[in-house]
Design a protein around this ligand. Structure first.
Ligand code: APR
Length: 308
């Protein structure tokens, strides 16, 4: 890929630019932020690490979108991060206005681009991006499920004292405390996790996963998580750039799948060069289906707070 643009050069954006550059996923990474000097400084600093780390991806920072003209993939992290006691939904109005202005710029600079949303509240920000750009839904999607699933997998690995690599799992639903870890699809190298852990321990892990973002906010106090979020976004970007067609949980526009319509919500997707190439519908237990419906209601309610 020629150019990946990361919008927002804060904690998530700068770390994400670093991951993309170090993996050489594109020829150029453009870092855009409204604060003068920050994207230029971080971009240059990152580029100056290239001779040591050994990557040729050129990193540059800017306050406008000139360098992002005809960019193929935008990773949007612009916005305000959560402070302790704030829910992701508290951010909605502030971040919706920011995402609106960012997406107007993207549409002008690169009308054929794909947009991966990372800013919160995630599912609603995806919808804002789709509405503002008018891009087809396969080109506008969000990163949440890969992060939530990584948290869930890391907690299971800690509890069982096994490699994180062997935990397969999927967390669906909106990116918030109503998210839906699919216990019925959680395995350790194919062994159902329910055979390895009792239900109290599993319930505690599910609960910790739901509050995983808040746990980091309560430690950091002045911001929210960025190492795991940037790793999750980089993994999705890699699947698109290399057309790997990985099956990953993504926030996708639903038009009847899982009985849900007219909203973004986390579901299993095939991610490739075309963006969200397929939404995969899996069987759910009654409990999981109800939890997914509840989660979608939370997303819809937050959408009502935004006027476009
Ligand atoms: N255009 C470009 N950048 C913007 C704009 C804008 N209109 N408005 C704000 N920004 C920039 C800020 O200047 C800041 O550098 O977005 C950056 C956000 O960075 P941080 O405050 O460090 O927040 P971060 O931790 O990176 O989180 C960003 O990702 O995970 C989500 O909930 C999180 O919504 C938040 C987003």
């Amino acid at each position: 890929m020629n150019t990946v643009t990361v919008v927002g050069a804060g904690h998530v954006g700068a770390t994400l630019a670093q991951r993309i550059a170090e993996k050489e996923l594109a020829r150029r990474v453009v870092l855009v932020d409204i604060v003068e000097g920050i994207p230029q400084g971080k971009g240059l600093d990152l580029w100056e690490s290239a001779p040591i780390e050994g990557f040729d991806t050129r990193v540059l920072g800017a306050n406008d979108y000139a360098a992002a003209k005809d960019c193929e993939l935008f990773l949007v992290t612009a916005g305000v991060a959560r402070k302790p006691g704030m829910s992701r939904d508290d951010l909605v109005k502030t971040n919706a206005a920011i995402i609106e202005s960012v997406c107007e710029e993207i549409k002008q600079a690169s009308p054929n681009a794909m947009i991966m949303m990372i800013s919160n509240p995630l599912d609603v920000m995806c919808w804002v991006a789709k509405e503002v750009t008018g891009f087809p839904p396969e080109r506008v999607f969000g990163m949440a499920g890969v992060l939530d699933t990584a948290r869930y997998r890391s907690f299971i690995a800690m509890e069982l004292n096994v490699s994180v690599e062997d935990i397969q799992a999927m967390v669906l639903g909106g990116h918030g405390d109503s998210m839906v870890p699919l216990v019925s699809y959680t395995t350790v190298s194919g062994i159902p996790v329910t055979q390895l852990m009792n239900s109290e321990k599993l319930d505690a892990i599910v609960e910790r996963t739901r509050k995983g973002g808040g746990e980091i906010v309560s430690y950091l106090k002045t911001g929210s998580a960025y190492y795991a979020p940037s790793a999750a976004a980089a993994q999705m970007a890699e699947s698109i750039i290399k057309d790997k067609k990985r099956v990953l949980p993504c926030a996708a526009w639903l038009t009847g799948q899982y009985g849900l319509n007219g909203l973004y919500c986390g579901v299993p997707c095939k991610l490739g060069a075309g963006g969200v190439e397929e939404i995969i519908e899996v069987e759910l237990t009654d409990e999981e289906r109800t939890a997914l419906e509840n989660s979608s209601e939370v997303v819809k309610k937050t959408m009502e707070a935004v006027t476009l």
